[in-house]
Write a protein that binds this ligand. Structure first.
Ligand code: IVH
Length: 682
């Protein structure tokens, strides 16, 4: 930008010039965003692109009054929010009927022909993207609101996060006064793997699949986190438009594409056989795609025919989703090994002959416990059917008995711990065997420290499983309390530990001293004391010392604490070896007394869920557990891990299991996510 004499003479001129340059830069950057993210056809180098962006940011920094919502600078994520506003959709978001095979598809087709009274009808067929639906509202070409589905009527306004999705235009390419589009926000598989690798290194819980990761990302209160997640969107419906007059779904996708969105090119056909073949083809080849799909969507192409058929309460009559069956495969169990967890629980794991299933190579499957192996009749050397149903760890469905040749051997559960040799014990009424040496078993020690440092406990950033293993291996720590006595010089001797990472690690260890009583109680890893019980204990006792002094009667008098938990707490403190550990934490300056802020907040008794206890079960469509629990707590409620007469609500999602059955037996209110969000939104 050239500064002229006039510019200098009048501040206004300079601003006018800055404004012109800014407009030009916005257009140019939007153009290159589209070339890169939508058309996959970049024309300039990253370096040149960064140059444009830097210039734009510099002008906006100098003239903040010129900053507008459609500026590409908004994609990096603005201020964090306290909560999302709710937003009532201009048209409800419906869902689709499901077809579980080609017979269902043909039946659907026959019904359409009957209802329309014709003998031929044209369909548009697209991928059913496994992400989460989003409604986008544009006015005069500028993105105004991006809203989640919610209950279909009211969603959450996640505009700040939607702006970070690089292939959603902030300003449309063509002049359309009003546009309302629907689509699916998703995470590409490669980005999902990257995020999970990062989370694993940080000791954070992994996302089960791309959909959960996408849902967790779009509902982040801090848009900067969302911006770092590489979300994308496919737009599949033009819900409403002024300034154009499309006659078919395929016209809509063409218009949307011209406007700057990424769309799927629909397969257009009137031949139901060809459509069935197309769906089955993608059922087999879906893993060749760089994103997850869970089926195909078949829509009538002609919009007038769509309108003539209309909608039912929740689904349109003119479309159907062809759902792929869960993927199964058959492979052999090479051996069964056992793994020791933090609490000493010993889990049998099958090492499999590697098999490529659901997009990844699988070589292990959990066998849960000895009862599971007995129930399924699993032997070493058996061929088994395995299935991946949206979980990280695949499961064994059944044994293929007629593939046995007599060489299979019975698995004998070990009677000593594979890591330390201590005897295994089985507690009455429990499925798991446990290692009896809780203090020195290396597996338990290692897992215990991983737990101590994890996000929900002391949240020591940069201290994941790999670093912990290194520290133990080099004898720098023997337990979690030793973390607070680490010296920088010694850390520098570790592999891949430079000055900066050592400083960062020590700083986050130092910061963890202030997490507070509830976190410390949870971090101790006392059996049966989860996050929620830890919080309850912290509310009832003002220090670790006070908790230690409490007898079991005092403990069971607390609402959420049953006799088993009380016994487990007493066991922990009875073991003298824990005294030295706790003393060491205290000497290091770890905060182990109640902070004023931790006591039960006054005024909480009037909150929406005050005094209400929730149990979460199954996978919710958009929320992950942590989010749902946080929302319940923010509204004054509590979450508990098991269903009892004291439970007020069971919030149930997909594949909910025994907790749901128990809730039904006890007649406890069972709600789904939609209802839950409705309750929260009043
Ligand atoms: S059309 C009336 N097309 O699938 C609903 N939906 O229950 C019109 N989805 O959560 C939806 N890919 O977000 C349509 N190509 C596609 C889709 C798609 C994924 C999702 C949608 C909704 C669910 C349908």
């Amino acid at each position: 930008m050239q500064i002229t004499f006039d510019d200098l003479a009048s501040g206004n001129m300079a601003q006018q010039e800055a404004k012109n340059r800014l407009e030009a830069l916005k257009k140019e950057i939007a153009y290159h965003d589209r070339q890169y993210y939508v058309l996959d056809n970049p024309e300039i180098s990253d370096y040149q692109y960064d140059g444009l962006m830097r210039e734009l940011l510099a002008i906006e920094a100098q003239y903040p009054e010129l900053l507008t919502a459609d500026s590409p600078s908004q994609r990096v994520g603005g201020e964090a929010l306290k909560q999302f506003e709710s937003y009532t959709h201009r048209n409800p978001l419906l869902s689709l009927m499901n077809a579980y095979g080609t017979d269902d598809l043909r039946e659907f087709h026959q019904r359409i022909l009957n209802d329309l009274g014709t003998d031929t009808v044209e369909y548009a067929v697209e991928y059913k993207i496994d992400g989460l639906s989003i409604a986008l509202y544009y006015e005069n070409g500028v993105l105004q609101n991006g809203v989640t589905r919610g209950d279909g009527i009211t969603g959450e306004d996640v505009t700040a996060n939607v702006r970070t999705v690089k292939n959603i235009p902030l300003r449309l390419n063509i002049d359309l006064p009003v546009l309302e589009a629907r689509g699916e926000v998703y995470l590409p598989k490669a980005s999902f793997e990257k995020i999970n690798a990062q989370r694993e290194a940080n000791g954070e819980p992994l996302f089960a699949n791309c959909r959960n990761a996408a849902a967790g990302s779009i509902r982040q209160l801090d848009p900067k986190v969302t911006a770092g997640r590489d979300l994308r969107a496919f737009i599949y419906t033009l819900m409403h438009v002024e300034g154009a007059n499309p006659a078919a779904h395929s016209d809509c996708t063409a218009l949307l594409k011209e406007a700057g969105f990424t769309v799927m090119e629909p397969f257009i056909s009137s031949d139901i056989d060809a459509i069935c073949d197309y769906c089955m083809y993608w059922g087999e080849h879906r893993h060749d795609l760089p994103f997850d799909i869970d089926g195909m969507v078949i829509k009538i192409n002609n919009l007038a025919q769509q309108e003539a058929l209309g909608n039912r309460a929740k689904n349109p009559r003119w479309a159907i989703a062809y759902k792929f069956p869960p993927e199964q495969g058959i492979t052999r169990i090479k051996e069964i090994v056992v793994q020791v967890g933090r609490t000493g629980a010993v889990t049998p794991v099958a090492n499999l002959e590697p098999i490529f299933l659901a997009g990844s190579t699988i070589s292990r499957a959990t066998l849960h416990n000895a009862d599971f192996i007995a129930e399924k009749g699993i032997k070493v050397g058996d061929f088994v059917v395995i299935q991946k149903a949206g979980e990280v760890i695949p499961e064994v469905v059944s044994v293929v008995a007629d593939k046995r040749d007599g060489s299979e051997t019975e698995f004998v559960f070990p009677d000593v711990c594979p890591e330390c040799g201590a005897p295994l014990i089985r507690v009455e009424g429990e499925a798991a065997y446990r290692c009896s040496d809780t203090m020195t078993c290396p597996a338990q020690v290692r897992e215990g420290i991983i737990h101590f440092a994890s996000r929900d406990a002391m949240h020591i950033e940069g201290l994941g499983p790999a670093v912990i293993a290194q520290l133990l291996e080099h004898g720098l720590i023997a337990n979690a309390a030793d973390l607070y006595y680490l010296e920088k010089e010694k850390l520098l001797g570790l592999e891949r530990m430079g000055q900066k990472s050592a400083d960062n690690l020590l700083a986050s260890i130092e910061a963890s001293k202030q997490r507070g009583l509830a976190q410390v109680i949870f971090a101790l890893g006392i059996r049966l004391v989860g996050q929620n019980v830890a919080k309850v204990l912290a509310r009832n006792f003002d220090s670790i010392e006070a908790l230690k002094q409490a007898d079991t009667e005092t403990l069971v008098a607390i609402d959420e604490v049953g006799p088993k938990i009380a016994e487990s707490i007493a066991d922990y403190f009875r073991d003298g070896r824990h005294d030295a550990f706790l003393q060491k934490l205290a000497n290091a300056g770890v905060q182990m007394r109640q902070e004023a802020a931790e006591t039960l907040q006054d005024g909480q008794e009037n909150a929406l869920f005050a005094g209400k206890t929730f149990v979460l079960t199954g996978t919710l469509p958009t929320l992950d557990r942590r989010e749902a629990s946080a929302m319940i707590e923010a509204a004054g409620g509590k979450t508990s891990g098991s269903v009892s007469k004291k439970t007020d609500y069971v919030l149930a999602g997909e594949s909910a299991g025994s907790k749901l059955v128990k809730a039904q037996e006890l007649g406890i209110a069972i709600i789904d996510e939609e209802t839950f969000l409705q309750m929260l939104n009043g």
